[in-house]
Design a protein around this ligand. Sequence first.
Ligand code: PLP
Length: 331
Amino acid sequence: MFGKLLFKPKISLIPGLTPLEYLDRLSRDSGVDIFVKRDDVMPLAFGGNKVRKLEYIFGDIKGRDVDTVITTGAFHSNHARLTAAASAKLGYRCILVLYPPGGHDIQGNLLLDRLLNAEIVAIDRDEDAYRKMEEVAEKVRGEGGKPYVIPGGGASPIGVYGYADALYEILTQLKALDRKPKYIIHATGTGATQAGLILGLKLLGIEDIEVIGVSVGSSAKVMKERVAKHVNSSAETLGLNLNYKTEEVIIYDEYTFGGYAEITKEVVDTVKEAASKYGLILDPVYTAKAFYALKDLIKKGEIEKGSTVVYIHTGGTPINFQYNHILKMHM
Ligand SMILES: Cc1ncc(COP(=O)(O)O)c(C=O)c1O
């Protein structure tokens, strides 16, 4: 992968490639060739997009004098679960600063965090998670520990490399089928996954593939700024000045269904539809919203008929268990 090209330290947490699956029935029905990049299929603790970022982040951690990893996210955070899992696997203490939404019930990702032996510091929604992480880091230092703070969602310039790798992997898999995508579509939150895909395209000098981010909560304006900032700051760490512009980022913010972690009947119906028609287990916070967008953009002709599109399944399946009370309400 790019790992070699980037010359950046990386810990392998994904042996081999994740599957690229052709959705034949949906392709036939929609007139667009749809491939699903199954980044929910990974050996580490139910997988997901965060693992790719953590491969580089733990590569960086390994080169430093660190014994404790601290990160943050919602109570249902996939990133928190996977940071806990990578820490357990690699032998680090893990402290998670978690906040609503997601609830305190020991279910889904929160249950897994506990099984993985992460220490949980619960804060309120209005508390500053970054200040809290610094406080926790200070306390760890005071006790003689050596902390490393990972930003929420693994959205650091180093974490962004993970999806530059993924881009290369997707194109290689499609090339073997003599195909090239016109679109890559996925759920976007911190914007780091989207930034990595864009960085990958820039590194390969490809200009005819559109990376479509489906916002799971924030406005298009905010998301575009986030993504462009991640692209530029990650490129800078490689000695590149890309000057990537916010206007170049493609974001749809009309599929948030009322905001981050708002779960409506349409969202639950999408989870059910993907499961019952295609055997795909999505989640109601991220991947179902992106899947709904994929179908709607095809219907509206914004994704062209006859084109090839890659939908990235970014993981998050344990979230279903955390929100089973809401899923049940709409089933
Ligand atoms: C399942 C899933 N999909 C998509 C995203 C969004 O990824 P990013 O934060 O890199 O934009 C997340 C982030 O939390 C996630 O857990």
